[in-house]
Design a protein around this ligand. Structure first.
Ligand code: SF4
Length: 235
């Protein structure tokens, strides 16, 4: 990240606090969250052919749209190494991106399917797969340094779409805001400010199988959020 700094983890009282910049992508061997590092190590042993590492962001870093999900799914992104790829959650997201002209190629739920994003990037608030899809507050906080840097390293960023409340709250905090002042709600739009200038933060319920199966999120509801985003992007 270029403008903002995060604290290195140096125990208080032992050395002066050194400020180091976090990269936009976590290193493959990141072990800042011990519980998640242990979970990944267990999965590596059980499934050595899976990706089993912090999942990097996917898409166009010069794009104007950043989509922030929660965390990799065990048999989805954690297996394939690409966000929203390999489990159900990607089906609705990638078909919607194609509908709104934000991708080229055909999504086939494989990282080698040739799909590319246009003017958009996808990341996660937490880069490592958490047990039962539930990261702790400390893990969300620890991984935020990469989200902060991801946001800062998109020079043309105009719109962020947060999928679910956790992604929303972490994004608001990454933008130095307070979730109490920008409360999550499906189809809500918040005027925020990022390192690049004004940003629109859109919210949607997460496009998980659970939310779509229960009708909490319908295809139409999700498309309507993208229609609002397209308006912000002038598309
Ligand atoms: S969740 Fe983020 S901070 Fe925690 S170990 Fe994974 S990459 Fe590192």
């Amino acid at each position: 990240m270029k403008g903002r700094r995060v604290n290195a983890r140096i125990p208080a009282g032992r050395a002066p606090r050194v400020m180091v910049a976090a990269p936009a992508e976590a290193p493959r061997d990141c072990a800042l969250c011990p519980r998640l590092a242990t979970f990944i190590a267990t999965n590596r042993a059980a499934h050595p052919d899976w990706f089993n590492a912090p999942v990097p962001s996917f898409g166009d870093a010069t794009g104007r749209l950043l989509i922030v999900g929660l965390a990799p799914g065990l048999q989805g992104a954690n297996r394939t190494g690409r966000p929203f790829t390999g489990d159900y959650a990607g089906d609705l997201l990638y078909s919607t991106l194609a509908k709104y002209g934000l991708s080229t190629g055909q999504f086939a739920a494989r990282p080698d399917d040739g799909l590319a994003l246009k003017d958009a990037m996808i990341t996660n608030a937490v880069r490592c797969v958490p047990p039962e899809n539930k990261p702790t507050g400390a893990e969300i906080l620890t991984c935020r340094q990469f989200l902060v840097s991801r946001i800062a390293e998109m020079p043309n960023l105009k719109v962020i779409l947060a999928l679910g409340r956790i992604a929303h709250d972490s994004t608001v905090r990454a933008l130095n805001g307070k979730p109490a002042s920008a409360v999550f709600g499906h189809a809500r739009r918040h005027s925020m400010r990022g390192p690049q200038g004004p940003l629109a933060l859109h919210d949607s319920y997460h496009c998980s199988r659970y939310n779509t199966n229960t009708g909490r999120l319908t295809t139409e509801m999700f498309h309507n959020v993208f229609a609002a985003i397209a308006k912000d992007l002038g598309a």
